[in-house]
Ligand binder design. Structure first.
Ligand code: PEP
Length: 251
């Protein structure tokens, strides 16, 4: 079993293409430890500039969403093949901001994940509970239901490149991080769910990222947990110096 750590930024609706070029120019001046993978979810308008600016570095450029049809009369939408043609290698799916503000449902997450796989993009599938769910003792049931929806009809072979990001909604952009122990408890639950729904190999091989106010000063303790395989980082991915520190966490 080997799960290479994946540190993924999520720029959300920040950075023009010029700002993306500037960011990668700065980030690539830093040296970083080679035993980890790096990805950035960038706005659609910055995909090509980011791909060009990061070329040769091994950094994976990701979109932050996609639509499940390949083409058609879907004003405002962008498809998997379009994202792949821009040179991206991954796509974030089902981020809580999309679920909460743009109506993404479990069924949509499933369709989008299938579309990502069809376009040979690595899907980074986000799940997470709200504060009300956590306080109401519904965290595990809710996450199991989100996983069930996301991967409905999937076989183990469909899971080979899938990455799951556990992002408690109450920890995103709030400065509140789940303690490493709280995050580990959930990651272990997700892995157990994968073993039950698929098989032990899928559970052992699937990378599960933690997201929610990950910063240079808390990343190492999170990454030290056995079932945390990386981080999805919003705010702290916007500055190259901060993200370079996150990439270089002490293991
Ligand atoms: C996110 O956008 O996925 C995220 C985790 O944001 P932040 O790190 O700012 O909490």
């Amino acid at each position: 079993m080997s799960r290479k750590p994946l540190l993924a930024g999520n720029w959300k609706m920040f950075k023009t293409s010029a700002q993306a070029r500037e960011f990668f120019g700065e980030l690539l001046k830093q040296t970083y430890k080679g035993d980890r993978e790096i990805a950035f979810g960038v706005p659609f308008t910055s995909l090509e500039a980011s791909v060009e600016a990061a070329r040769g570095s091994g950094i994976i450029i990701a979109a932050q969403d996609l639509y499940w049809e390949n083409e058609g009369a879907f004003t405002g939408e962008v498809s998997g093949p379009m994202i792949a043609a821009a040179g991206a290698g991954a796509v974030i799916i089902g981020h809580s901001e999309r679920r909460q503000m743009f109506g993404d449902t479990g069924e949509w997450v499933n369709r989008k994940t299938r579309a990502a796989l069809a376009a040979k993009l690595t899907p980074i599938v986000c799940i997470g509970e709200s504060l009300a769910d956590r306080e109401g003792g519904r965290t595990f049931d809710l996450l199991s239901a989100q996983l069930q929806d996301a991967f409905a009809g999937f076989a183990p072979a469909d899971m080979v490149t899938v990455v799951i990001a556990y992002e408690p909604v109450w920890a995103i952009g709030t400065g509140k991080t789940a303690t490493p122990e709280m995050a580990e408890e959930v990651h272990a639950h997700i892995r157990k769910w994968l073993a039950g729904r698929f098989d032990q190999t899928t559970a052992d091989n699937t990378r599960i990222l933690y997201g929610g106010s990950v910063k240079p000063d808390n990343v190492a303790k999170l990454m030290a947990q056995p079932d945390i395989d990386g981080a999805l980082v919003g705010g702290a991915s916007l500055k190259a110096a901060d993200f370079a520190q996150i990439i270089n966490f002490d293991s």
